[in-house]
Write a protein that binds this ligand. Structure first.
Ligand code: NAP
Length: 490
């Protein structure tokens, strides 16, 4: 065990939606890894809840299968010990049956930290919280975790927050955005505020522009019905990507205390220049994938996957955002995200300004702008692109090369999922990496007029072939400004 992996207090973690995709594929493996690392004390409990009629052993068998499938090297003995922490109670969040039994189970350990993780569709949040309140289960150190999406616009986000707020106060409410749990995002804090090198340059005087890309190769698959009600802006940009933008753009917080960090992020969200009817056509591009080739195979288009040729839901969005404050005035933040793109990659690229004057003969090579690339996935790490002299004889030839630090290579550790850190932060009661209500509201306040402008325009999303980087208009969006999307292979 390392110093950073201290044993947490005894807890009961209740996962509503305990048989769902997120719980089985992400939350339970994350808990297992923390357990295997010695951070979860024996006596803690993980309680799955769903409607399916399972008993404890049935649920354990389901999890065992999923855990082994996710990592074939797991030791059977350790898995057995972990699964002894797990229990299951069947209940329908919308009905009264089963809650007495569940409340009695929770009541067995009034001294445990209680975490109620709502890994269900948001429509169930109000019923679940109302029952937790009715049974007096919000006692002592209790917390509630809300999975995204928190609403589909400002009004519905307010409704969810009000409903949850009737039972849990803001300090107990953890709105999870797993991007904030990624190593690279925390490394952004370390790079910016732990080195004297970057902060003096971190402003409009020295930074030309910032790019944030979250590209997926997968299509919507079995999530088509959910996705069609959301789209790329609601699913990715309004939450994950704006959070990344905030981490890049925020002023130095006075400390790493939860509110100091979140106050600074909130100021960024509030300073975003509005995008609405008047400028959405110039500043945003919507796309929807069609049949093409992804990951070496022919794949159908979105309308075919959905079974609806008339859907106007975007599976791709690119936009140019600006932050109206002294630090960032005039520095564009280009954001793009989409499904069925050529590579699975999430990265932040900070592009510095060109040198003011070149002393080199053009025959020595071009002078590229410095770039700081923070890669969140697949291989978390940092690259700083610099211009150097190509080594060896043959005169002065300039080359643009990266100082490359892959965290996995540099530290010889296997990257762990962001949920591992975030779940234990909830147990510890540390909300720094979770979204406060006013942040969610500010993000919707900015996103709603974009959605409204798209709806009012009646212009459908532009088609793009699966396996391409989205509609050509997304390339034009940045090239119009004399810039190009970052290509790591350059
Ligand atoms: P899912 O696979 O559809 O799972 C839903 C879970 O809720 C199942 O365990 C289901 O089991 C249970 N459930 C449904 N209705 C219920 C009811 N009335 N009472 C009690 N339990 C009920 O969904 P998911 O993909 O895990 O997503 C869960 C939440 O996380 C969603 O809000 C989603 O947007 C969010 N999220 C998911 C992912 C992901 O990677 N999957 C990523 C980010 C956010 P029964 O049908 O047996 O009741």
């Amino acid at each position: 065990m390392t110093a950073s992996s201290q044993v947490v207090e005894l807890f009961d973690l209740v996962i509503f939606g305990g048989t769902g995709d997120l719980a089985v594929r992400k939350l339970l493996p994350a808990l297992f890894h923390r357990f295997a690392d010695g951070q979860i004390p024996a006596g803690s409990r993980i309680i799955g809840i769903a409607r399916e009629a399972l008993d404890d052993d049935g649920y354990r068998a389901l999890l065992r299968k999923a855990l082994v499938a996710s990592d074939g090297s797991l030791g059977a003995e350790q898995l057995d010990t972990f699964l002894q922490l797990v229990a299951y109670r069947p209940l329908d969040a919308r009905k009264a049956d089963g809650w007495d039994d569940f409340a009695a189970l929770i009541g067995e350990h009034p001294d445990h930290v209680r975490v109620f993780y709502l890994s269900t569709s948001p429509e169930l949040f109000v019923d679940i919280c109302a029952r937790l309140g009715q049974y007096g289960l919000n006692q002592g150190a209790s917390r509630v975790v809300l999975e995204k999406p928190v609403g589909r616009d400002l009004a519905s986000a307010n409704q969810i927050n009000d409903d949850v707020g009737r039972v849990f106060d803001e300090s107990q409410t953890f709105r999870i955005d797993h991007y904030l749990g990624k190593e690279t995002v925390q490394n952004l804090l370390a790079l910016r505020f732990g080195n004297a090198l970057f902060e003096p340059l971190w402003n409009a005087g020295h930074i030309d522009h910032v790019q944030i890309t979250v590209a997926e190769t997968i299509g919507v698959g079995h999530r088509a019905a959910y996705y069609d009600r959301a789209g790329a802006l609601r699913d990715m940009l309004q939450n994950h990507m704006l959070q990344l933008l905030c981490m890049v753009a925020m002023e130095p917080p006075s400390s790493l205390s939860p509110d100091a960090v979140r106050d600074e992020k909130l100021k960024v969200l509030r300073a975003l220049k509005p995008i609405d009817d008047s400028n959405a056509a110039q500043l945003t591009v919507r796309g929807q994938y069609r049949a093409g080739v992804a990951e070496g195979a022919s794949v159908p288009g979105y309308p075919d996957e959905l079974g609806n040729a008339k859907s106007n839901t975007e599976t791709f969005v690119a936009l140019k955002a600006e932050i109206a404050n002294w630090r960032w005035a005039g520095v564009p933040f280009y954001l793009r995200t989409g499904k069925r793109l050529p590579n699975r990659v999430s990265e932040i690229v900070v592009v510095f300004k060109a040198v003011p004057h070149s002393i080199f003969d053009p025959s020595t090579g071009s002078l590229a702008q410095n770039r700081l690339v923070l890669r969140l996935q697949p291989d978390e790490g940092v690259k700083l692109w610099l211009t150097i002299k190509h080594p060896g004889p043959g005169g002065l030839r300039l080359r643009h090369v990266p100082l490359d630090m892959s965290f996995a290579e540099a530290f010889g550790v296997q990257q762990r999922d962001a949920y591992e850190r975030l779940l234990l932060d909830v147990v510890r009661g540390n909300p720094t990496l979770f979204m406060r209500r006013d942040e969610v509201e500010a993000a919707w306040r900015w996103a709603d007029p974009i959605l409204a402008a798209w709806g009012a325009s009646g212009v459908p999303p532009k088609p793009y072939a699966a396996g391409s980087w989205g509609p050509s208009a997304a390339v034009a969006l940045i090239e119009r400004d004399g810039r190009t999307w970052h290509d790591d292979s350059e």
